[in-house]
Design a protein around this ligand. Structure first.
Ligand code: AMP
Length: 190
């Protein structure tokens, strides 16, 4: 049996989004990326977008209550009832606790937390390359360093949060897309 309620955790640039998208095709479950949703809100000029933009551009976290509302609404949509890949949410302990409450209300439980890791110099290099391809407003070197710091300080502690529950699978994010995808397949099938 494949786990279908998944959380991808790992530093910026580790490949969470790319791998989450691949899995969506294979398992037919949605990728829930708060980063994508917030960028769409910024592009649309909505109230949430206006509140989020300056944080995104500085590489800081958007306030918990804004992001939690976005994630909650998405998780309640029909297509997430059969499973989901959370990518970029939760990012703080408060968000993780909110996620627990949201899932409890929906009568669901997180099955697996897949933690991907790559050493920092390789991550910075990947993100600088991505900045040239995609032109994301937060992929410049100063902001990238800030996002790494924010990850280590605020998001990495979540690994311990989920480890206590016994649902963490750690894997090496270095390698080709296919190699990493195969590691993920093994982790979620086991
Ligand atoms: P990402 O695409 O996941 O790297 O997210 C890009 C940016 O969106 C982050 O640097 C944050 O500014 C914001 N963001 C995305 N998800 C969250 C979240 N769960 N909590 C706070 N801020 C977030």
């Amino acid at each position: 049996m494949m786990a279908r309620r998944l959380l991808f955790l790992g530093p910026p640039g580790v490949g969470k989004g790319t791998q989450a998208q691949r899995l969506v095709g294979e398992l037919g479950i949605p990728q829930i990326s708060t980063g994508d949703m917030l960028r769409a809100a910024v592009a649309a000029g909505s109230e949430i977008g206006r509140r989020a933009k300056s944080f995104i551009d500085r590489g800081e976290l958007v306030p918990d209550q804004v992001v939690i509302g976005v994630a909650e609404a998405r998780l309640a949509e029909h297509d997430a009832s059969a499973g989901f890949v959370l990518d970029g949410f939760p990012r703080t302990v408060a968000q993780a606790e909110a996620l627990d409450r949201i899932l409890e209300r929906l009568g669901r439980e997180l099955e697996l937390c897949v933690v991907m890791e790559v050493a920092e110099p390789a991550l910075v290099e990947r993100l600088l390359r991505r900045s040239k391809l995609e032109g994301r407003s937060d992929d410049n070197e100063e902001t990238i360093r800030n996002r790494m710091r924010v990850y280590r300080e605020q998001t990495e502690p979540l690994v311990a949060h989920y480890r206590r529950r016994g649902i963490v699978r750690e894997l090496d994010g270095l390698g080709s897309m296919d190699e990493v995808a195969e590691r993920i397949r093994r982790a979620i099938a086991a």
